[in-house]
Design a protein around this ligand. Structure first.
Ligand code: NAP
Length: 300
């Protein structure tokens, strides 16, 4: 069973993908019970013919017992200028949810989606003391999707012509697009971009959510698909390599923070933390990004 805590825009979109692709039974758990029930009633009509999957909504956390995967998409409100705006309320919320998961379903693999992503992934892992391989913060793969999209628009090409696009670091303004690895039709993208063009694209990835909000309330489907891919990889034991947030223990020269770096995912959660070669400036930016997250954690 997949339990999704928070059945707002993001939680319900993830549930829709899980159900319409028959991944497993889904339980929606929401602060306001009626919202969970309403979304479940709607999404249940997307269950494919002859499928065994089911979806239900509740506000009762004890029902998460037995879940294989728990996805946290709960939020106490909507930030307007910065993902860390409601950090105090979000940290209190995740601690509360962490204690309920520890009580009712301590063996699940947990995917954190709520913001501020890296801080909440860290707090959740520390609060539950679950193995760090079973607590994954999903966001850098979304930032990577945005990087791919912006490159495809800039060069007027299909995304399939782009390989090895990657964004690591904080899911926030200090995120680090790794230009040194990207190729377009096999040619290194750094040979096709000036420094100021690289800076412009970096800023556009960082501010993508703000541009999107000029047209739509907030992002929903991109994060839902990126989270669904991880759920699928775990349930099907189909290895997936993506950047995602995990508590570091010396990797990339960092300790005791959670930050987005490339991970290999399988049925056990994180099978491997993948080290990649970065150029000097990317290394420097990753250090700054780590320090940004550390400052937020120390301010709690
Ligand atoms: N990682 C990423 O890349 C990424 C991308 C997009 C969004 N996000 C984040 O994902 C989160 C959800 O976004 P959204 O647009 O879906 O927000 P939303 O529509 O406001 O939904 C949040 C839901 O969480 C529920 N909730 C609040 N506290 C709860 C608790 N303690 N237990 C259970 N449910 C609780 C709310 O219930 P009520 O019905 O009672 O209000 C609401 O239905 C946000 O933190 C957002 O910033 C992350």
């Amino acid at each position: 069973m997949i339990s999704i805590i928070g059945s707002g825009q993001v939680g319900s979109a993830i549930a829709f993908l899980c159900i319409s692709n028959e991944l497993d039974d889904v339980l929606l758990v929401n602060r306001t019970k009626d919202k969970a029930i309403g979304e479940a009633l709607d999404i249940s009509n997307a269950i494919p013919v002859n499928s065994n999957v089911s979806i239900h909504g509740t506000d009762d956390f004890s029902k998460i017992s037995g879940s294989d995967i728990i996805v946290i998409t709960a939020s106490t409100g909507v930030y307007l200028k910065d993902r860390t705006e409601m950090i105090g309320a979000q940290v209190n919320m995740i601690k509360e949810i962490a204690n309920k998961i520890k009580k009712y379903c301590p063996s699940a693999i947990v995917l954190v989606v709520s913001n501020p992503l890296d801080v909440l992934t860290y707090v959740f892992q520390k609060e539950t003391k679950l193995s760090r391989n079973k607590v994954i913060g999903i966001a850098s793969s979304l930032d990577t999707s945005r990087f791919r999209y912006l490159l495809s628009e800039k060069f007027n090409i299909k995304q399939s012509q782009i390989s090895d696009a990657l964004v690591i670091g904080e899911h926030g303004d200090s995120m680090v697009p790794i230009f040194s690895r990207v190729k377009i039709n096999g040619k290194k993208v750094v040979e096709m971009l000036t420094n100021s063009e690289k800076e412009k694209i970096s800023k556009e990835i960082q501010n993508y959510w703000k541009s999107l909000r000029l047209f739509k309330s907030r992002s929903q489907f991109g994060i839902a698909k990126n989270t669904f891919d991880v759920i699928r990889s775990i349930i099907k034991n189909d290895e997936l390599i993506i950047p995602a947030s995990i508590v570091l223990n010396g990797e990339y020269g960092e300790n005791d923070i959670s930050i987005g770096i490339p991970l290999k995912i399988n049925k056990d959660g994180v099978k491997e933390i993948i080290g990649i070669k970065l150029d000097e400036s990317e290394n420097e930016l990753l250090k700054k990004s780590s320090q940004t997250i550390r400052n937020y954690i120390e301010s709690l």
